[in-house]
Design a protein around this ligand. Structure first.
Ligand code: ADP
Length: 786
């Protein structure tokens, strides 16, 4: 019982009981047995929705009660604020909660006063690199979804971060929460933690496969769900769950599909199923919710979502705005929305149980695999685990779909009977080590090759491998790369980061991104003063060939130019040489830190043409068309750069989503990444004494505000936004200075009569008398601005 837990802050056990936690779930009780509320390290490997969060809370609240400080590491940024909100209910018991999001390099000192801090592993890694002092005060760290150490992109960061935190703080309590995996014991060994392993669930789960006219469940039972002519299996299953009343209530469904487009398409179809099954009262509520959805943003996605919602269905994927996502999740939990069609992100971490889960797609496109690859058992189990709402359903049902008997057998084998895969460290991959080796040296965790290997020995990778030689081998390759690019010095066996190396590590850049940026900027500089000679000999072929010159020019050499050459260079300016925003957007888009947009069919031709049209704007040597892979990557980066350029030219979100086939959330994502990388480029440029700093700063501001050059001053006013800034500009108010002096009726007219907004904006721009009382809007201003 919660009240038996004497280590919690006073009042907390009672509050838990009030929330409905009358008794601890068995895995929670086992974790307490294992000492989780007394500072003991625990790995809890239990099914989805079995109360892992409470295990973490018991550990963190006890730690804080004993004068400590806790850190909760989330796997996705989208989950950070959700967890923070969840933990904030403890504030009334004197627990301060903080969340650390935002830019990597932003300073996290204010977090020193918080008792519980929520952050992603990347953010924690960055805070450690930047020497946040409070890291030393941590007594408890929780790693949520620790099985993601298996993820080749993000796993290594979690792994290294845990190793660093444990190194800084030898007595640290580590609580690792995991889905059920094949080798939780290895994870526990690595973390020197007690293992709590269980397949207990608060509500029974029946897994099965729908084939023909029935679901065949793992317990041997069947449920008839006939599929009518012209109907899809999924439609029949969603309808069936809604038609089966339990205590007067139909059951909701979660449908998992493999892409965003499929989620949207499926939601449209399911909306026809749900709309026939909602009551009059629900209709009114759904209409209201649809309006809220539309208010979030003015995009096609928003409109599509609102239309589905009106009928009682929704889609959910990472391309949605976070406000959209939370509205959908809440309405689903409130049983207003009857069906969500989602990509697997929803299965990870968001608490949205349904009576029935339909895993419609069990294959997904995988580039490395070269086609459609089956999902991991672990991932499918996580989706299935969302079935069954405790207290509402007699049991949860998770259903896969088969069109023939063989597929049914395969699905039983692969997902119903199968054990989840073991987790395997991905640390020994070169891109991961590149980043982490530099950071480990830069932040002083290792000063020699041996020290480095000794540090890496504390990782899961080391504990899982028998082949120490491999890690050493990759490490040596990485050290060499870092040395060649001047990020590290290796003198007399002592490893030190160079000044640039420190900067790169602090900025949280992949060293390869930094090298690409530095090369590009230096090439641009050399190009401008040397009639576009090739850059520093790194990728000499393409440019040297077209410039008809050899590839000897380094920036230094390029400095030795004669007066007449300089004049020629100036004359040449029209043709190229000026650093343009597109050039910079392309430069950052081709680094490994930017997820580039895919080239769809037809795109290759489009961007190939753009490539030749704007050839002079690229910074650094482009690959030749014959280098297939490199050329295509260059074009993907160009597509990404064009999106950023469109955004920075005030193109409507709607047009952008349509032109590039992305969601509004993706635009946000690209813009934020570009801001970060351009900020990093600006610092590198300054540090290297290059001329590009001003151009970079401007390009960065333009993506940040999403505006043309002439709006930069105005758009920086807090609370204004790019559309309103444009209307003010059209009405003749072109700068902050103008705005401070402007006729209020013109301002009000341009802001379409919104008094509150106008007052706020005037206040933010520092106007002494922002009040709009008695001001009439100038109709010509609003006309001029439309
Ligand atoms: P997981 O993180 O394992 O997926 P959660 O921590 O989100 O699962 O828990 C799922 C739900 O169970 C939550 O709504 C939580 O409030 C509830 N819950 C957790 N522990 C208990 C308990 N001991 N008694 C009743 N409800 C609980």
């Amino acid at each position: 019982k919660p009240s038996d837990l004497s280590t919690l802050p006073p009042g907390v056990p009672e509050a838990l009981e009030e929330e409905g936690v009358a008794e601890l779930y068995p895995p929670q009780a086992a974790a307490v047995e294992a000492g989780v509320a007394d500072g003991g390290s625990v790995v809890a490997s239990v099914p989805t929705a079995s109360g892992k969060t409470l295990i973490a809370e018991l550990a963190m609240l006890s730690a804080v009660q004993h004068g400590g400080k806790a850190l909760y590491i989330v796997p996705l940024r989208a989950l950070a604020s959700e967890k923070k909100t969840e933990f904030e209910r403890w504030e009334e018991y004197g627990i301060d909660v903080g969340v650390s999001t935002g830019n990597y390099e932003s300073d996290g000192e204010w977090l020193a006063s918080r008792d519980i801090i929520v952050a992603t592993s990347e953010k924690v890694d960055s805070l450690v690199r930047n020497g946040a002092a409070w890291v030393d005060d941590l007594t408890c760290v929780v790693a949520d979804e620790v099985h993601l150490v298996d993820d080749s992109h993000r796993g290594p960061t979690l792994e290294v971060t845990l190793a660093k935190l444990r190194r800084v703080n030898p007595g640290l309590q580590v609580v690792a929460l995991s889905a059920t995996v094949g080798n939780a014991d290895e994870v526990a060994d690595w973390l020197d933690a007690e293992l709590v392993e269980s397949d207990w669930r608060p509500i029974d789960l029946k897994m099965g496969v729908h084939y023909g006219n029935a679901i065949n469940f793992d317990d041997g039972s069947q449920r008839e769900v006939p599929v009518e002519r012209g109907e899809k299996q999924t439609e029949a299953l969603v309808a069936d769950a809604l038609d089966e009343r339990v205590e007067g209530q139909g059951g909701s469904s979660l449908v998992f599909v493999n892409s965003r487009r499929n989620a949207e398409g499926a939601a449209k179809r399911m909306a026809e199923v749900t709309s026939r099954r909602i009551t009059g009262g629900e209709k009114a509520d759904l209409r209201e919710l649809a309006e809220e959805i539309r208010d979030v943003s003015d995009t096609d996605t928003s409109e599509d979502l609102a239309r589905c919602i009106r009928k009682g269905a929704a889609f959910h994927h990472a391309g949605l705005a976070s406000k959209h996502r939370s509205l959908v999740e809440d309405a689903f939990r409130d049983r207003l929305v009857k069906c969500i069609c989602a990509t697997p992100t929803l299965a990870a971490g968001v608490n949205t149980p349904a009576r029935r889960v339909v895993v419609r797609d069990w294959k997904r496109y995988d580039g490395e695999f070269g086609g459609m690859a089956p999902l991991d058992t672990l991932e499918v189990h996580q989706m299935m685990g969302r079935a069954g709402r405790p207290g509402l359903d007699p049991y949860g049902e998770a259903v896969l779909l088969a069109k023939d008997r063989d597929t049914m057998d395969e699905l039983f084998e692969r997902y119903v009977w199968a054990e989840p895969e073991p987790v395997r460290s991905k640390l020994a991959a070169e891109p991961a080590l590149r980043t982490h080796v530099l950071a480990t040296v830069a932040s002083g965790f290792a000063t020699s090759r041996e020290g480095l290997l000794d540090f890496l020995d504390r990782t899961l990778y080391a504990s899982q491998t028998d082949d120490d030689a491999r890690l050493a081998e990759v490490t040596d390759r990485v050290l060499e790369y870092l040395e060649v690019n001047d990020f590290l010095d290796r003198e007399g066996g002592t490893l030190t980061a160079t000044s640039i190396g420190h900067t790169v590590s602090r900025l949280y850049l992949d060293p390869m991104s930094a090298a690409e940026i530095v090369d590009g900027l230096e090439a641009a500089e050399a190009g401008r003063t040397s009639l576009r000679k090739s850059p520093a000999g790194r990728r000499p072929d393409a440019e040297a060939a077209d410039a008809g010159e050899d590839d000897a020019a380094t920036p230094e050499e390029a400095g030795f130019v004669t007066g007449s050459e300089l004049a020629d260079a100036a004359a040449d300016e029209e043709e190229g040489g000026e650093i343009t925003p597109l050039g910079l957007y392309h430069l950052v888009s081709r680094t490994p830190d930017m997820y580039q947009l895919y080239l769809k069919s037809g795109d290759k031709e489009t961007y190939r043409e753009e490539f030749y049209e704007r050839e002079n704007e690229f910074l650094g040597g482009a690959p030749s068309e014959f280098e297939d892979v490199a050329f295509e990557e260059w074009l993907s980066a160009l597509k990404t750069a064009r999106l950023l350029e469109d955004w920075a030219s005030e193109l409507d979100e709607d047009h952008i989503t349509e032109r590039y086939g992305v969601g509004p959330g993706d635009i946000r994502g690209k813009v934020e990444t570009a801001e970060w990388l351009l900020g990093a480029a600006e610092q590198l440029s300054t540090e290297l004494g290059l001329d590009s700093t001003v151009a970079i700063r401007e390009a960065k501001k333009r993506v940040e505000y999403g505006v043309g050059e002439e709006l930069l001053d105005l758009a920086g006013v807090r609370g204004l936004g790019r559309k309103r800034a444009r209307r003010l500009y059209e009405a003749g108010i072109q700068s902050r200075a103008d705005l401070r002096e402007a006729d209020k009726s013109v301002v009000l007219g341009a802001l379409r009569g919104r008094r509150k907004t106008a007052e706020r904006v005037l206040e933010n721009v520092g106007r002494k008398d922002p009040s709009m009382d008695g001001v009439q809007k100038d109709a010509s201003a609003s006309a001029a601005a439309t």
